[in-house]
Each structure stands twice: as C-alpha cells, then as structure tokens.
Ligand binder design. Structure first.
Ligand SMILES: Cc1ncc(COP(=O)(O)O)c(C=O)c1O
Length: 507
C-alpha cells in the first residue's frame, strides 16, 4: 500500500493552494476571500451536527428548518423554497421526476447540463429538443426563443413539461416570461435550470437592474439555483423554488428525499440560510459597488482587437434575450490561441484561474466578492495578451470551426434510457460512424452532452472528438477514461449478457 504522507493530505494541499496567490475566476462565489462575511463563520467542526433534538429534519421539516425555508420562500416570493445540499443536480433530478410519469415526453433545450439528461434516464422519458441558435462569431450557444418553444409544443402536444437552461454556462439568458406564457397555454409546467443565476434574485432596489430578472419572477414554475456558483455559499449548496398551479408539490418533495442525502450537513444548511439572509439584508449595497467595478472591467475590454468580449450587442439576436454581465466570456477565435492556450497563459503568467476554457473562448466567473485589484489584474492580463497578439500579428487567417456540438441535430434513434440500458458493444471511436451511442460524451466543464445515448454518430462527430483529444480537452462521460472506445447499441438479437462486450476492433 502506498504511504500517504501528512503533507499529501487533501486539506494540506488545499491550504497550500489557498496561500499560493492564484486568483479564482471560478466558483464558488465566495472566492475564498478575506471578507467579514467569510471570516465570521465558526470552525466547521464546532457546528457540524446531525438531526438531534431541537434541530429539525430536512426530510420531514417541522421546526427550525421549516421556519427557515418558509422565511426563504417569502424572501424569494415563491410558494415553497427548499434547501438543497446536493447541488442543483439533485433539484433538477427531483424536478424532472416530480413533473413526469414513467415514459412521458419532455421538451428540453439541447444545451442542458448532464443532470437534466440523468433525470430523463431515471424516468425513462422521451425527449424532444429545442435547439439554441449558435452565436457564430464566437461559436457559443445563444438562447431559446418563445417562438421556438411554441412550435415545439404544437408538434408535441403530449409533452408533460418544458425545461430550459437560463442563464447558460456562458451567461446567455432566454425570454423566460415569453416561454412560460406559451408553456402555460398548454397547461404544463416550465422548469428553469437557473444554476448559474442565483445572484439574479437579489438585484433589487430603485436603480436600473444590473442582472436579468430571475426565472421565478418571470413566471417559471420550478426554478433551481446553485447558490455556490455565484453567491457566497459553500460548494454543493443550492435552492429549489416552486410556484403552485402546474406542479404536484408533494410528489416533487418525495423526490427531494430520494435524491438528497439522508444525513444533510448542517454546515451546508446553515451556509445556505446565512447566504440568503446576508443577500436579503445587504445585497443591494453589495451590488452597487460591484456594478461600478464590473462596468470598469467590461469597458476596459470592449476595444480588444484579437480577443473579443461577449457584450450586450448580442442581445436581440440568436435568441439572446439578455446576458449576465458578471460572466466574462472572452473569445480568442480571431487569434491563433485556443481557449486552452489562453487559459494557460492567464494561469501561468498572471496567476488567474478561469472557470472554463473552451476550444475558442474562456469564461471567468465574477461575483461581488471579487476585489478591485482582482478585476484589474484580469482586465490588464487580457489587454496585455491582446496587445501581444496584435504586435506579433497573431491573428487567425481563417476562423476554423473548432467548437462543434451545440447546433448539431443528430438523429435520435431511441430514448436515452433504451440506449443506456439495452445491449451494447464497445468499439474504437473511429469505427462508430452510423452507430447509435449508448454513452454520453461531454467536455467537463461545461458538462453539456456533445452526444447523448440514443443519438446516431456520424463522421463529423468522430472527427471532432479526435480533435478535442488532440487538443487535450477534458472529454468525459464514457466508461473508457482514455476516450478511445465508446459503447454503442448492439441492435442484433440474442441475450444481453452475450452482447455486452468489448470488441477488439483494431480496424
Ligand atoms: C447549467 C448547469 N446546471 C446544473 C448544474 C449542476 O449544478 P450543481 O453543481 O450545483 O449540482 C451545473 C453545474 O455546473 C450547470 O452548469
């Protein structure tokens, strides 16, 4: 057995990393910073208890947790708000299972997070996709329009619910009010994965809004928000809000019990409550200062020549209803740099860690806990890199289509669950053209399937996966961690155990 030295222990590594001076432009939203809010919190061991007398039970709340969640519902203006300690993922699973019966049909936007697809598999749902448009100059996904949803609903009158992601990982917001109207005309619920928009709810006060309105205020029936992504809250903390009318609340609550731990952490629960309390009390003040810092950052980045900031000029096209200006999305599509290379320069030369590096862009998450100094170093780093690219004349001759998946409409040959659970064989990826995938393939982050089980694989997709591999991207979802072999559906006859096999198909 390998001996683990004390210095190798995870908490030691984390502590060392915390002192390394690397600046986090990623989640969690508290940014590990020195702020009275983070400093006042007690020693985690001292407040880590279980469901002892007087401290209620998250799965059967009757005391302080019930009171706390009822108070939170008032803060948010929902009919019910639930604290989630297994991230938005468990809220998404519960929402999907809570609004559907086994084998129902659901309409979802194709750019959903993998947790949505997992929920669909759990309830064996048939999926119909609403495809976001592609913002081609940056090659990121745009929004879903109310018109698109209306059309999809018209062709699928038996759908039990609609689920869209807004904002996306890149901060793109769809017209939730318009979509909710269309969905409600059919008498079914709208679920919004607002994992990246928890901060929208606290943009209050008389001044012009800094952030878009929360989906809850735009008429969505179930809204799931990760507090940990953009607010000062511990990783894994999230909330789920429900409005009465189109959702069976008791049924949804049952699924929350299924998908949440039976030993919910009081550390996380108290962190959730404290975050909501703080934002409700002082959010307005925090956002005022943040608005100014964010404005300076974004203005400083508007005139880059080789790099390009995703800005408000995109609103109104590509289905984009609004953008989350706290997401700093910088495209390097006009330069010779890949997103990975840009992220590496930012990390190695400037000590700035991004949230995500795509093929052609990087994403930095900013929150009101970012310091002026931190935001200035981000701006200066981008400007210096842009200048270097100009001087070296490092523009891309012709923009190649390196990003790929979002607009792709693969043939859906069977449901996700059928493809996941049926017979399969494992083939080298290069030999999978024409076959139906039995596995997911996604880059993590952002965890949006490039291919989902049940979709037919084509040569373009294979080429793209190979390019991602060459570029060293984090390809996940397949059992083969080296991403060389893929499980595809075996359509032959015979019994399952005979067919579930790896084929050594060298050619
Ligand atoms: C769009 C989206 N939805 C849901 C999730 C899941 O959230 P959580 O990590 O809080 O479970 C993620 C995670 O990154 C996400 O990007």
């Amino acid at each position: 057995m390998r001996r683990l030295s004390e210095e190798d222990l995870l908490w030691k590594r984390l502590e060392r990393y915390g002192k390394s001076g690397r600046y986090p432009f990623h989640m969690p939203g508290h940014k590990r910073c020195n702020h009275p809010f983070t400093e006042e919190f007690p020693n985690p061991y001292g407040i880590d208890i279980t469901e002892i007398d007087g401290f209620d039970n998250l799965h059967h709340p009757e005391g302080i947790l019930k009171e706390s969640m009822d108070w939170a519902a008032e803060v948010y203006g929902s009919d019910r708000t639930y604290y989630l300690i297994n991230g938005s993922s468990c809220g998404i699973l519960s929402a999907i299972c809570g609004v559907s019966n086994y084998s129902d049909k659901i309409i979802i936007s194709r750019n959903c997070h993998k947790s949505v697809y997992h929920g669909i598999i759990l309830n064996n749902l048939k999926t119909v996709y609403s495809y976001p448009q592609i913002i081609d100059k940056m090659w990121i996904t745009g929004g879903i329009s109310a018109k698109d949803v209306e059309k999809t609903l018209k062709n699928n009158q038996d759908a039990c619910a609609v689920l869209v992601v807004s904002p996306t990982y890149d901060g793109i917001v769809s017209d939730i009010r318009g979509i909710a109207e269309k969905v409600h005309q059919r008498g079914i619920p709208l679920i919004v994965d607002e994992a990246h928009g928890a901060h929208f709810s606290f943009d209050r006060g008389e001044r012009k809004r800094l952030f878009p309105m929360s989906a809850l205020d735009c008429g969505a029936d179930v809204v799931i928000q990760s507090l940990h992504k953009t607010l000062p809250s511990f990783t894994q903390t999230a909330v789920l809000h429900v409005r009465k009318g189109y959702v069976d609340i008791e049924r949804l609550e049952w699924y929350l019990q299924v998908y949440q731990s039976s030993s919910p952490s009081y550390l996380l629960l108290s962190g959730i409550e404290r975050c909501i309390f703080e934002m409700n009390e002082r959010g307005k003040e925090y956002y005022q200062g943040f608005e100014e810092r964010l404005r300076r950052l974004r203005e400083g980045l508007t005139n880059m020549k080789c790099l390009e900031l995703l800005g408000e000029n995109i609103i109104g096209s590509y289905g984009v209803y609004d953008i989350d200006c706290s997401k700093i999305v910088v495209s390097c599509r006009k330069s010779v740099l890949s997103g990975e290379a840009l992220g590496k320069i930012l990390r190695d030369k400037y000590g700035l860690e991004m949230e995500m590096c795509g093929a052609d862009y990087v994403v930095a998450i900013t929150t009101f806990l970012d310091t002026e100094e931190g935001l200035c170093s981000l701006r200066n780093a981008f400007l210096e890199i842009d200048e270097w690219l100009i001087q070296k004349n490092k523009r891309r001759e012709k923009s190649s289509c390196t990003e790929f998946w979002p607009g792709r409409r693969a043939e859906i040959a069977m449901t996700l669950a059928e493809a996941r659970k049926g017979r399969w064989e494992r083939l080298k990826i290069k030999n999978c053209a024409g076959r139906i995938s039995s596995e997911f393939i996604y880059l993590y982050p952002p965890g949006i399937p490039i291919i989902a089980p049940g979709e037919r694989i084509d040569q373009d997709l294979i080429g793209q996966i190979c390019r991602y591999k060459e570029m060293g991207f984090p390809i996940q979802g397949m059992e083969d961690h080296k991403a060389e072999y893929l499980k595809v559906c075996d359509m032959g006859s015979g019994n399952q155990s005979d067919h579930n096999r790896s084929k050594d198909d060298e050619d």
